[in-house]
Design a protein around this ligand. Sequence first.
Ligand SMILES: [Fe+2]
Length: 194
Amino acid sequence: MSPQAETQDILQEIRALFAEKGNEMYAGEAVSQTEHALQAASAAEQEEAPPELITAALLHDIGHLLHKHDEDCATQGIDDLHERIGAAWLKKYFPEAVTEPIRLHVDAKRYRCATNAEYLSRLSPASVLSLELQGGPFDERGQQQFESNPWHLEALRLRNWDEAAKIPGLETPELEYFLTSVQRVLQQQPGDLN
Ligand SMILES: [Fe+2]
């Protein structure tokens, strides 16, 4: 398959995932999965983030669209591990500049909660519930490990956009608009990934 055809295939898979499951509500919040993704990508774009980070913001919760759990599985005591499922799926196509902030976006919450008491107090109830299932705030060792990852600052930026992306009815550009950033990232990939 040509690189161009492969890029179109991946974009089509992403469209299909949002079409199939994007209307489900984002667990415990008043926005759908698609609205949440578009608001996160929009926030990244407003901060003039590079296309890799806009792509990460758009796709950071794609693991929720890939796994088989109910969207409210946290209320049943299940950690869906969506950050790992999403990053592992995306790794087939995307560079670390996309997949590492995604893989680390739950750790970014655990880090912030450990280092900023005020942040912990601002988390939404759904986020507090999932935090417990995800292991709670990091201890000192966890904090150091997080800081030693070269992508941790990007993960913290992604975390900001993630948390801001829960506003019911907020107007954003459509999925197709942000897929142009995704396409740019895919086209910059070395040939063996295409
Ligand atoms: Fe999210």
